[in-house]
Design a protein around this ligand. Sequence first.
Ligand SMILES: Nc1ncnc2c1ncn2[C@@H]1O[C@H](COP(=O)(O)OP(=O)(O)OP(=O)(O)O)[C@@H](O)[C@H]1O
Ligand SMILES: [Mg+2]
Length: 246
Amino acid sequence: MAEKLVRADISKRFSEMDVLRDIRFEVEENEFLVVVGPTGCGKTTLGNILSGLEKPTEGSVKIRGEVVDPHVHNISYVFQEPSCIPWYTMIQDVTMGLVIKKVDPVRTKQRGLDVIKLVGLEGFEDYYPWQISGGMKQRVAIARAYATDPDLLIMDEPFGHLDAQTRYLMQIEIMRIWEQEKKTVIFITNNIEEAVYLAGRIIILSKLPARIKGEYKIDLERPRDLTSPEFLKLRAEITQQCEVVE
Ligand SMILES: Nc1ncnc2c1ncn2[C@@H]1O[C@H](COP(=O)(O)OP(=O)(O)OP(=O)(O)O)[C@@H](O)[C@H]1O
Ligand SMILES: [Mg+2]
């Protein structure tokens, strides 16, 4: 049997606080998995553990059968707080991972130009963070994550700080990019509509301590229509599932 890209089986405590309890799931190559859960339930903690930045208290995260290690596995992580280095131009920013990996400078520059184009920021390559909008910074973070051609892309509420209109445009954009590059994505959000719009599969977390409350496979055709009866029905069903108090 082929090894799954990701196998997670983790629990996490911070001193006396139980945050994640028996979180077990697998992710296939090229999947778009969305993890949805209420505010404060442990989503960022889960993202940190999946990326190998933090260790679980029990269990492990395995990438193709090996315990996750950010120095070994090619994983990109888009943090919940948008971050750009103030004194880096956009192209310097998106290519920093390639520079660290000592990729040839000509290939580095070309990949930088390609990913900037991929996220629709062509022409802004030499702009500094203070010269661009919040939505553009979020695109820079996504371009940076794609630049290293990761095996796994983890995004922690990447659109949480954006206004509703920009958020919707970014959802369309991320789908377009995913269909073009077909990376394996784990996308974390607290927004059920966003989850149903993007996901191939949704995992629902309970409130703290987070446990897996349910799982949905979303077969709706893409691009999805937020107003179609099928979409609204699924959204209502998942909302109800999220609201069930155990
Ligand atoms: N390093 C830490 N030490 C102690 N407690 C922590 C640490 N990191 C997170 N926590 C606690 O774990 C719980 C879950 O936090 P986490 O940031 O993972 O939630 P979240 O679901 O991402 O929240 P949000 O929806 O606000 O982004 C919180 O109660 C938080 O205080
Ligand atoms: Mg968080």
